[in-house]
Structures are given as C-alpha cells and as structure tokens.
Design a protein around this ligand. Structure first.
Ligand code: NAD
Ligand code: UGA
Length: 471
C-alpha cells in the first residue's frame, strides 16, 4: 500500500512549479509544500502580493483571503532558496526547472537543454539522507529518466534509495489554475517494477485528493516523456493545419472560419485549436517540436523528422506572408507609413512574450521601412524593447520608428493600418468609431475573425483584412 505523503518539495518556482505547488497546497492542506528557486528575487515575489506569474485566480490560492484584513500567506506553502534542507525534509521532490533549447554544441537549436535539471538531480543525490521519490515535471528529452536514475544511483549516500517518476505538465498559460484544478488527465510515468509502481501509486494518491482516479494515467517512464512532446506536437499541428488551409482560403474565396466549423463539428476532429492565426507562439510548442525532430534525426528517421518540422515551417510562413499581405496593400512601399500593433503577448490574458508572433510581425514591418506603434494591456515597455532590442541597436534608424503606447487608441492615432496581434477582449470592445477618426487612409484593419467583425468595421470606413478570407 502507498505511504501517505506529508511533505513535498518543488525545485523551480516558475510558471509551472509555482502554480502547481500553489494548487497542490490549496487542495491538500495536510501536506507541507516548499518551492525552492535559486532566484531570490523570484522567491520574494511569490511571497508578495505581486506574484511573478499573472494567472487568473492564482493570488487567491497563494494567499488565504481573510475577512477585512490583508490576505496572508497560505500556511502550508513556502517559497525559499534553501535547497538542501527542503530536499532533506521532503518525501517527494518535483523538479520543475526550465529546459530551453540548447544554444551551442551538439543538438544546438533542437535538443532540450537538461543540464539545469541534471544539476538539480545531482544536488538531490548529494543532499538526501533518506529514500525519496524524484519527479521530472519539466519537459525533457525522451530517455532523461534513465540519466536521472544514473545520477541518483551513482551519487547517493549509502543506503539511500530513489524512485524516479515522470509527471509532465499540460497547463496552458492564462488558464493555469483552472487547468490544474480540473486537468483532462494527469500522467505519471514510472519504472515497471514493484517499487516503481508503488512510487507511482504514492504520488497518484496525492493527486487523487482532488482529481478523479480515472483521469490519473500511469505508464512507463519513456511513454510519459514522449507523450508530453507528442501532445504539444499534435496541438501545434492542428494550428499549422488550419493556418495552411487559411492560405488556400485566401486564394479561393473559401472562409477559414466556416471551414474550421465544418471540420471541427466532426466529433472525431473536435473544435479545439482550430483558430486560424498569425501562427502559434509561446515558450513550448516550438522548442518541444524541435526536440522531437532532434530525436527523429538521432534515430535516422529523416522523413519522420521532416514531417514534424513542417509544422514549424508553416508557422514561420504564416508570419512572413501576413506581413507581405499588408505591405502589398501599400503597393509594397511602407516608407512613411505607420502600423499599429495591438497586443504583444503570445496569447491573450498573459504578459508572456516568449516566441510571440508579434515580435516577428513588428520586425517585419520595421524591416520594410514602416513606423510601428505597439500597445499591450499587460506587457511592459521594457519587455517589448528587450524582445525587439537587438535589431533596433543594429540599425540606427529603427528606434525612431518604434513607439510603445499606453492604450489601443493612442497606438492607432495617425496609423495607416492596425494589426490585432493578440486577441485580447479589450480590442474586441475598442471604441472602433473613435479609432476610425484618428487613423489615416487607407485605415486597414488586419486580424483574425475571432476578434474582429469585418461587417461592423467596414461600415465604419475601415478596409478589413481577415486571416483566411479572400484577399
Ligand atoms: P520558468 O522559466 O518560468 O521557471 C523555471 C524556474 O526554475 C525559474 O524560476 C528558475 O529560476 C528556476 N531554476 C533554474 N535553475 C534552478 C536551480 N538550479 N535551482 C532552483 N531553481 C532553478 O519555466 P516554466 O515555464 O515554469 O517551465 C518549466 C518546465 O515546464 C519547462 O521544462 C517547460 O517546458 C515545462 N512546461 C511549461 C509550461 C508553461 O506553460 N510555461 C507548460 C507545461 C510544461
Ligand atoms: C500549450 C499547450 O496548450 C499546453 O497544454 C502545454 O502544457 C503548454 O503549451 C506547454 O507545454 O508549455 P500555451 O503555449 O500556454 O500552452 O498556450 P496555447 O493556448 O496552447 O496557445 C499557444 C499558441 O497557439 C498561442 O500563440 C495561441 O494564440 C495559438 N493558438 C491557439 C492559435 O493560433 N490557434 C488556436 O486555435 C489555439
């Protein structure tokens, strides 16, 4: 029978570690949850009312609301930089550090860099004085479980035993709390041995506090590691498929929204992740698909690698052809033209700009000689400049053509065109009448029908360009 758990430690207080730990502490008041991060500033931010992660409902979970008084820190949730002590106290240690794409050396540009994770595992091996369950929550290359087991086995104190589990995370930014409270499934990969199954069962019993048992799926370690990459690849593949179809729509007069509805109504296909867009952004789709491509190449499966890589090629094409579509509206001459970009985050309801399409769209317009004004409700000016910065510095004139604004209306003032890059609700309800008055001919609005109603906008005097509608 599985042991009951009373102490869990997370290592890595980022989007995943911080949010998951908070929900776990909220759902399991009988468990002490400690989240270790090497970044003291981040740790402090988690203890403040200014959390490092902007997620709906997260603050109410990290802090306990108190009638008439300031909310106080949840008693069983601790953020700290004290790694050794936290490891020693915990029965389960969940590693949720970042695993970016490797920047140099073998596999650079493709392979996930698991060196931070390996350092943390080494630290666990050296610090632990009693048996532990070590959980890979970070997204890792397939086979990492084996490396983790080797490190632990070869560096453990005498008599200390480890079990390694894989428990990839499937939350999406902006809906993290909701996804963690009611996940479609929880995946636990384990070694197929008696002690492996027992460890998986012990960990599953923690999740079972609030998640129906049938949603907690157990499988072997490698299946679990691969399933994470596969899920992201398949989700991204749907977006690239619909975006590839949007190109056909623009050339033929079919409407991508209607096509998406038609295909999505087939219960075998389903309606999700079929919104045509400027492409997918975010920290994970690209890096995880590249990791899958790398794995295929290592296995000498070049045609399989090319199959997955095509998802990324379509995604890049969607951005460059979107810029070209607008530029052609200006007779391929953007000198003296101003484009407003509404939204800079990679999706609505988040301030995260990692791999945001807006970055490439803005760079594309600046490269064409246009001026660009940008507004996003959550992204700070310094972040936008950092994301675009290097190119601005390289080309002296660029910075003068870039303005960061405090509102959508301000960004559109004097603009010849406006592109809605992120489907924030606030852009749907923008005072478009006012925008029409402050913009300059030809008043082109470009975006997705998820956010813009072409009939209404055309009646206000805009020229409307919708992704996946005839040019
Ligand atoms: P993040 O960059 O937001 O957080 C990682 C944290 O780990 C940082 O706070 C960093 O300071 C900390 N860290 C790094 N090295 C450390 C060390 N040696 N000791 C202690 N702390 C250390 O990353 P994230 O977005 O939370 O992603 C974490 C993992 O989860 C990645 O593998 C990612 O692919 C995966 N993932 C992310 C999401 C998402 O929506 N962001 C969703 C599913 C899976
Ligand atoms: C994605 C997955 O949805 C999560 O399950 C996964 O855990 C996570 O990656 C991860 O591994 O990091 P996330 O990137 O936060 O989550 O956000 P999504 O909602 O999936 O959106 C990703 C991108 O695709 C955004 O740029 C979004 O605008 C775009 N998108 C989404 C479309 O263009 N069309 C759609 O129909 C849906």
């Amino acid at each position: 029978t599985p042991k009951s758990v009373s102490y869990i430690c997370f290592i890595g207080a980022g989007y995943v570690g911080g949010s998951t730990a908070a929900v776990l502490a909220n759902q399991c008041p009988h468990i002490q949850v400690t989240v270790v991060d090497k970044n003291a500033e981040r740790t402090k931010a988690w203890q403040s009312e200014n959390l490092p992660v902007a997620e709906t409902g997260l603050l109410d979970i990290v802090k306990v609301p108190r009638d008439g008084l300031r909310p106080s820190q949840r008693k069983n949730l601790h953020f700290t930089t004290e790694v050794e002590e936290s490891i020693q106290q915990a029965e389960i240690i969940i590693v949720s550090v970042n695993t970016p794409t490797k920047a140099v050396g073998t596999g650079s540009g493709y392979l996930l860099d698991s060196s931070v994770l390996e350092d943390v595992v080494m630290c666990i091996a050296r610090s632990a004085r009693s048996n532990k369950i070590v959980v890979e929550k970070s997204t890792v290359p397939v086979g990492t479980g084996e490396t983790v087991r080797d490190i632990l086995r070869n560096n453990a104190h005498t008599g200390v035993k480890f079990e390694v589990l894989s428990n990839p995370e499937f939350l999406a930014e902006g809906t993290a709390v909701q996804n963690l409270l009611q996940p479609d499934r929880v995946l636990i990969g384990c070694l197929e041995t008696k002690s492996g199954f027992l460890a998986a069962e012990t960990f599953a019993s923690v999740y079972a506090t609030w998640i129906p048992r049938e949603r907690i799926i157990t499988m072997n370690l490698f299946s679990s590691e691969l399933s994470k990459l596969a899920a992201n690849a398949l989700l991204a593949q749907r977006i690239s498929s619909i975006n590839a179809l949007s190109i056909i729509c623009e050339a033929t007069g079919a409407d991508i929204q209607q096509v998406a509805k038609a295909v999505g109504s087939d219960s075998r296909i389903g309606p999700h992740m079929l919104r045509a867009s400027f492409g997918f952004g975010g920290s994970c789709f690209k890096k995880d698909i590249r990791s899958l491509v790398y794995l295929c190449k290592c296995l000498h499966l070049d045609d399989v690698a090319a199959y997955w890589e095509a998802i990324l090629n379509i995604n890049e094409k969607q951005k460059s052809r979107s810029v070209a579509r607008i530029v052609s509206r200006f007779n391929n001459n953007m000198n003296g033209k101003k484009i407003a970009i509404l939204g800079f985050a990679f999706k609505e309801n988040t301030g995260d700009t990692r791999e945001s399409c807006a970055i490439d769209l803005v760079k594309g317009f600046l490269h064409e000689g246009a001026s660009v004004s940008i507004y996003d409700p959550l992204v700070q000016e310094s972040q936008i400049r950092e994301d675009l910065g290097i190119d601005c510095a390289a080309d002296g004139g660029l910075d003068n053509r870039l303005t960061i604004c405090q509102s959508g209306e301000e960004a559109c003032t004097g603009a010849h065109g406006v592109l809605v890059a992120t489907n924030w609700d606030t852009f749907r309800s923008l005072d478009w009448d006012h925008v029409a008055r402050v913009m300059t001919y030809p008043r082109i609005v470009f975006g997705s029908s998820a956010c813009l109603d072409p009939n209404v906008l055309e009646s206000m005097g805009f020229t409307v360009e919708i992704i996946g509608k005839k040019v």
